[in-house]
Design a protein around this ligand. Structure first.
Ligand code: PMP
Length: 340
């Protein structure tokens, strides 16, 4: 898995929340950290954090498995669901960890390109899934890096073909759309959430939600102590005491996403795609690599997505603070207009 490490003063490359915790909340976090016995192992089952997560996402505690980021949970699902000889369905382009986890465990992949509106190509997907007897499906919902929500009916139609369905809702806070009721009522569906996109990327806390009998099976392969003591303590404080801040921050990002979209949409030479997440995918006629480096020269780091199938010339920009977005817009405008 490659991440973007080029240093730049304005980092809009990893879909993080642009705001750090406010000072009073950080103060309460520091107080809580003082209480940690650093010589001791953490709670292996993260019970207190699990209860805070359950309350935050309005689901029962018994329906939750916590992971060291949802990345770890993607590994677990790739181990537990079906046999290693059985295939994994992945609509592409998407978040690379689904393919990486399948490769690590030697599982065959049924990668089917999205259609021209970045939705699922249902006919081709059903054909391939039936032919290849695929058993597990990953959907990034909204999809990273295209930003859209796939058609729910198409996802359901694929699930009807017998696929265990993982709906990765990493960007749920920004989309407001969920499969949580399916995850709580059906044995063939789980959802993934994460704290990484709502201000706590540093902690590595991912969340799997599913029926108790499914959760129990996944918990069997979970490494003991997979959530560190500091992560358990800090995440609990923030989820219990930082709700107002989180709500404000998400609303700001959604507002800024819409402003960025409008501004980019009105720029000649830029094609921007609508997004339900905290990032925007866009294309220009410049080679993406060149645009990427010209933006870095102007202090702004975005992510080059042009290596992915169907995304020639595309880059992805995370929504930042208002002034960061202004700096990005100005840099983009000056690079693109200098070439018209
Ligand atoms: N799923 C998707 C769709 C993502 O975009 C990301 C982060 N880029 C993740 C999961 C990983 O989240 P975490 O930090 O919880 O491992």
């Amino acid at each position: 898995y490659k991440t973007e490490t080029t240093p730049a003063p304005i980092k809009l490359s990893s879909n993080e929340l642009p705001y750090d915790l406010p000072p009073d909340l950080k103060g309460r976090v520091s107080e809580a950290l003082k209480g940690i016995p650093f010589n001791r192992y953490p709670d292996p089952n993260s019970e207190r954090l699990k209860s805070a997560v359950a309350e935050f996402f309005c689901v029962p505690e018994e329906s939750i498995v916590l992971g060291n980021g949802s990345d770890e949970l993607i590994y677990y699902l790739s181990i537990v669901i079906g046999e290693f000889e059985q295939g994994v369905y992945i609509p592409i382009p998407t978040f690379p960890m689904y393919e990486i986890a399948s490769d690590v465990f030697g599982r065959p992949k049924t990668c089917v390109p999205l259609d021209s509106s970045f939705d699922i190509d249902l006919e081709e997907s059903i054909r391939r899934v039936e032919e290849e007897k695929t058993v597990l499906a990953y959907f990034s919902y909204p999809n990273n890096p295209t930003g859209n929500l796939f058609s729910r009916e198409k996802m359901e139609a694929l699930r009807e073909k017998g696929l265990f369905t993982v709906v990765d809702e990493a960007y749920y806070s920004y989309s407001g759309d969920s499969f949580v009721s399916d995850a709580l009522s059906r044995e063939d569906t789980v959802i993934l959430r994460t704290l990484s996109k709502i201000g706590l990327a540093s902690l590595r806390v991912g969340i799997l939600i599913g029926r108790e009998e499914v959760v129990r099976e996944i918990d069997k392969v979970r490494l003991p102590f997979n959530i560190t003591y500091p992560s358990q303590v800090i995440a609990e404080v923030v989820l219990r005491e930082g709700r107002d801040f989180l709500q404000w921050a998400v609303a700001e990002v959604v507002k800024e996403r819409e402003r960025l979209y409008r501004e980019m949409d009105s720029m000649e030479g830029v094609e921007v795609f609508p997004s339900r997440a905290n990032f925007l995918l866009f294309r220009t006629s410049l080679p993406a690599k060149e645009l990427h480096s010209r933006l870095v020269d102007r202090g702004v780091l975005v992510r080059d997505m042009s290596h992915l199938p169907g995304l020639e010339g595309c880059l992805r920009v995370s929504v930042g603070k208002r002034e960061e977005n202004d700096a990005f817009l100005e840099a983009l405008y000056s690079v693109v207009s200098s070439l018209q």
